[in-house]
Design a protein around this ligand. Structure first.
Ligand code: AMP
Ligand code: MG
Length: 430
């Protein structure tokens, strides 16, 4: 496929912007290596608490949930109609049965059914003893106190068996499960009101930079509002951890050190943004090395290359880059899986599929690039993806406009318009 003039100028702009940023560094870890190191290191927090099932959404089970009884507890009808014994179905022609009563949901017909009898039955109502088949009302001719029907019915049809949802004694959910809305309903169906869940990890976070102002403060020349703390607040809230917002800390070694110590004292994980590159005022890595331990600090990716991970007393430390898009990319790729593990559940790795890219893209070899894209289902049913505007790592609106990352592999240098690329949809994530 040939590139349109628009595509070419776009690609050139992307290439120029790429050449202004850091060059390939052989000391960097690959994304896979970095993720592996994180996941190998982090272990779940200790401690659990009991919560009402209503407060269980997104929480992680500390104990398994067992079925003390079968669900449903009684065999019941899946349709409105008549409960019969299939032995009363005619081999040919039609048959008639006498309707001896009715079984409603919550108001069962308690007598056993005899041959020659039928019971009017509603969805969810107990199937009387002696009945094994439901005739749906549309397939039956109702005459005063009798019904007439043909033989084209199957024994056992429209019957929900006791225990077909959950068997008595089964382990319904294992410890470590993160609870969904469906799970809360399943647990309620077992009559369980209270759950043992893993305590929420405490995550402290702060922004670093002399140029940063908090909301409500006036902006001086060259100053910007701290946006990272708000995206982090959103992403961490969605994870269901306990938040400790420590505000903005200036690029002052003594203040940074104090903030590091304060964060580590209260938190299971500490997340900072900014100050991890090698600029003059970037102290993060040096302080981490002094107060704790640096496990790695460079990943071969863009955006997000300077990404520090280590230990700060008993807390895990994530030093994210300052650029707003880098914060979100590194959070999704690394911090979220690591915090999942800290929360005692299976790490959720970015979900990946492929799509046809609608325009040509250029990149540098030696790093994986995460561009922001917008997915579309084409008329022929295939998925296409279009980058959302300028891809600079400071352009946070490219994230707001996006619904996926376009992941360009390490060694690629260009991607032709129309070719298949890997995408990571972030539906429900941010
Ligand atoms: P740094 O990693 O500290 O060198 O910052 C890289 C870029 O990100 C600079 O342009 C910073 O001004 C910007 N930046 C750093 N922290 C924040 C923040 N909290 N909110 C918005 N932009 C930031
Ligand atoms: Mg900075």
């Amino acid at each position: 496929m040939s590139a349109t003039p628009d595509d070419t100028s776009r690609s050139n702009a992307i290439a120029m912007q790429a050449s202004c940023e850091d060059d390939y560094d052989p000391a960097s870890l690959s994304c896979e290596q970095a993720l592996q190191r994180l996941l190998d290191a982090v272990t779940p927090v200790d401690g659990s608490e009991r919560v009402h099932v209503r407060a269980g959404l997104g929480r992680v089970l500390a104990e398994p949930v067992l079925a003390r009884f079968a669900v449903p507890s009684h065999t019941n009808s899946a349709m409105d109609g008549y409960a019969i014994n299939a032995d009363d179905l005619p081999a040919s022609g039609t048959a008639e049965l006498r309707v001896v009563g009715a079984s409603f949901a919550g108001k069962p017909y308690r007598a056993p059914l005899a041959r020659g009898e039928a019971v009017r039955i509603m969805t969810g109502a107990v199937v009387p003893e002696g009945a094994d088949t439901i005739l749906i009302q549309e397939r039956v001719e109702a005459l005063n106190d009798r019904i007439r029907f043909d033989g084209n019915h199957r024994r056992g049809q429209h019957v929900r068996r006791a225990g077909e949802d959950l068997a008595a004694g089964a382990t319904v959910f294992a410890a470590g499960r993160r609870l969904s809305a469906a799970d809360l309903g399943v647990i309620a169906s077992l009559g369980i009101a209270e759950l043992a869940v893993v305590r929420r990890p405490r995550v402290a976070f702060f922004s670093t930079g002399d140029e940063l102002r908090s909301l409500g403060e006036p902006l001086g020349l060259g100053e910007i509002y701290d946006s990272n703390r708000y995206t982090l607040h959103g992403m961490l809230s969605a994870l269901g951890v306990e938040l400790i917002d420590l505000g903005v800390v200036t690029d002052d070694p003594a203040r940074l050190e104090a903030a590091f110590r304060a964060a580590a004292r209260d938190a299971d994980a500490v997340i900072t943004s900014g100050g991890v590159s090698v600029g003059e005022a970037d102290y993060t890595k040096e302080i981490l090395a002094r107060l704790g331990e640096v496990r790695f600090w460079k990943v071969a990716m863009k955006p997000g290359r300077p990404l520090a991970f280590g230990r700060l007393e008993r807390a895990w430390f994530f030093g994210l880059p300052g650029n707003p898009v880098s914060v979100m990319v590194t959070f999704y790729e690394f911090v979220r899986p690591a915090l999942d593990k800290l929360m005692g559940t299976t790490p959720r790795l970015p979900w990946t599929t492929s799509a046809r890219v609608t325009q040509g893209l250029k990149k540098r070899p030696g790093r994986v690039e995460f561009q922001r894209g917008s997915l579309r289902r084409e008329a022929d049913g295939t998925l296409s993806v279009t980058p959302t505007g300028d891809q600079g790592s400071g352009i946070l609106s490219s994230m707001s406009a996006a619904d996926c990352f376009i992941v360009l592999p390490m060694e690629a240098t260009r991607v032709e318009a129309g070719s298949l690329v890997e995408v990571q949809p972030f539906h429900g994530l941010f």
